[in-house]
Design a protein around this ligand. Sequence first.
Ligand code: PEP
Length: 253
Amino acid sequence: MRKKFVAGNWKMNPTSAHDVVRLATEVIVGLKDEGRVTAALCPPFPYLGLLDTLLKQHKSQVLLGGQNCYIEKDGAFTGEVSPAMLLDTGCKYVILGHSERRHKMGESDAFINQKVGAALAAGLEVILCIGETLAEREGNQTEAVLDRQVTQGLADVKELSKLVIAYEPVWAIGTGKNATPQQAQDAHAFIRRRVGQLYGDPAAQALIIQYGGSVKPDNAATLLGQPDVDGALVGGAALKADQFLPIVRAGIL
Ligand code: PEP
C-alpha cells in the first residue's frame, strides 16, 4: 500500500522569519512522532536553512522541499538556485512544473524536463506538477494535456523511484474550487495508466500521485480516500497549522 504524502507549498509566504518559525513550529509540534503519513514543507528559498535547523532541533520527521531549481550545477546564473544547493540546505524534495511557473513564468514542458533531469541527477526527489486549465477541461483536452505533460516532463527519465506526481488542475489552484473526488480519481487513474504504459505496472503502482487544488480540512478526507489519490500538495491551507494538520491527518490510513 502506498503511504500518503502531504506537502505544504508555502509559495511566497510567510513574509518574515518570525512568522516562518511560528508556523513551522506549530506544524512540527503537531506532527511529532507522526510516522503514518509523510509530510513535507516547502518554504521560500531564504527560509530553507532556518527550517532545516528547526526540523533538526525538534528531531522532526517532517521533510523539507524547495519550490523550484535551475538546470545547471553552478555558474553565472543570477537569481537561480541549483539542485545541489537545495540538497545542501537540507531539502529532500523539489517542486517542479508548478502551474504558477508554467503559466506566470512561461516554463515549457521541455524546460521543466531539463529541471527534472538536473534535480534527479543531483539526488533530489521531484514533485512534478501537472494539470489542465479550465479551457482545456471544457474543451475535453484534460487527458491529452496530462499525457503531454507526463510524457514530455519525464522524457529521458529512466525510472520513477525518486518521483512524485502532483495532479493540480489549474482551475482549482487558489480558487477555492476543488475538483470533485471523482474528477480527481479519474485524472489520477489516467495518469497511473499512462505511467504504467511508459514504465511498467510495478512502477505505476508504486508511484505517489498527490492531488492539489484548494484542499482544505473539510474536503481532504474524501479526496485522499480515493484509491488513486496518494496525498495532497497544499497551498493556501498550508499557511495555517490548524488547517494543514487535519489535512495531513486525513492521510492516516
Ligand atoms: C498549490 O499551490 O500547489 C495549491 C494547490 O494551492 P491551493 O491549495 O491554495 O489551491
